[in-house]
Design a protein around this ligand. Structure first.
Ligand code: SF4
Length: 358
């Protein structure tokens, strides 16, 4: 009788991979360490499917196969006095974008209608600028109750740095959540902006929390940071227990300092992983997936959103991003285009996932 060859996987002392072991510990309450976070980003591509499968267990625990859609309106574009090097709306940007002052409440209401039609769960109202002036806060406190009276939408406002008093007014008007991205790790922050500090952003998030609203805060990956900066950001958001974490993948916009620099960048010794993961100015889709796994494992219960750069950087691997992430934007981003909503719905359905509205 011929012998069945031994299966090396069945023979191994444990058939549970290190990523499933890590996911299992996260599910039991383990808080990801910096060493583990870095190991995720530096893991080999041959481990990627295993890492995704393990991370999906964590996503599934809290969200099943749900996908949350977000629809964004840029209610005031450009004219910002800050110098964020990635932003097409900053004072140092020459990017040819349509700059316009604060739009009126009727246009914001019209955006809410589109959000509802597109099955969005959250309507994100964004205004450019370091902080909101009285006009921006008045507009939000006027329009948010009207939106909520007409549509079943969560409201996320993104008006910049907030004082405690402004945060309290937004909360009283019915704003559910405030977006204010930390953008990158503390160490790297001065390389992307000099007109305000990382601590200013943390102070705003603290004001949001004290006012009783949810925190939406994430970052932009691929601006020349080290992987350890990405890990620092993911862990900082874990400490803040941000309810929503948007992960943007850097889209170099011509006319912005970081956009122009990225277009000319070549791998350097100082930036071995991120730059070598880039081809020209592009992040590798596999690195982007590892980043999403990192953010999920560092923030197990958050609404993890694949934000701007999804189409550009994940490309045909976009659907795999929904294993760690449970949220995407439907429609355009602040000043860049998103793919057609129908493509998003098709992708979600093909994955066997379901859009869940508010
Ligand atoms: S504060 Fe906001 S709008 Fe102003 S430059 Fe920075 S990211 Fe752009």
């Amino acid at each position: 009788m011929s012998r069945v060859p031994e299966n090396p996987i069945l023979r191994s002392p444990s058939s549970v991979s290190k990523w499933h072991d890590l996911a299992g510990r996260v599910l039991e309450g383990h808080r990801l360490t910096a060493v583990e976070g870095l190991a995720i980003l530096e893991s080999g591509d041959e481990e990627l499917l295993d890492l995704l499968a393990a991370t999906y267990r964590v996503r599934h625990r809290w969200f099943g196969n749900e996908v949350h859609l977000n629809y964004l309106i840029n209610a005031k574009c450009g004219g910002c006095g800050e110098d964020c090097g990635y932003c097409s709306q900053s004072r140092v940007s020459q990017a040819p974008i349509a700059r316009y002052p604060l739009i009126g409440p009727e246009q914001v209401l019209d955006g809410a209608r589109v959000a509802a039609e597109r099955q969005a769960r959250t309507y994100c109202i964004v205004t450019s600028g370091r902080e909101p002036g009285a006009r921006e806060v008045d507009m939000l406190t006027d329009v948010v109750p009207r939106v909520k009276a007409q549509y079943r939408l969560k409201i996320c406002a993104s008006p910049g740095l907030l004082t405690a008093e402004q945060a309290a007014r937004l909360k009283a008007a019915g704003v559910d959540r405030v977006n204010h991205n930390l953008n990158t790790g503390r160490r790297f922050y001065p390389r992307i902006c000099t007109t305000h500090a990382y601590q200013d952003r943390l102070d705003t998030l603290s004001a949001v929390r004290r006012a009783g609203m949810e925190i939406c805060s994430g970052g932009i990956i691929g601006m020349g940071e080290q992987p350890s900066d990405v890990v620092d950001l993911a862990m900082e958001l874990g400490v803040l227990e941000a309810e929503a974490v948007p992960v943007n993948f850097f889209q170099p916009i011509a006319g912005t300092p970081l956009g122009d620099a990225a277009r000319e960048s070549r791998p350097t010794e100082e930036q071995p992983i991120v730059t070598s993961a880039m081809s020209g100015a592009r992040l590798s889709p596999r690195y982007c997936l590892k980043v999403l796994c990192l953010f999920r494992l560092a923030n197990p219960r958050c609404e993890l959103r694949i934000a701007a750069g999804r189409e550009m950087h994940l490309g045909c691997l976009q659907p795999l991003g929904l294993y760690p992430a449970n949220s995407i934007f439907v429609g355009d981003y602040l000043t860049t285009k998103g793919q057609a909503p129908e493509d998003d719905y098709r992708m979600i359905e093909a994955m066997g996932f379901q859009v869940v509205e508010a």
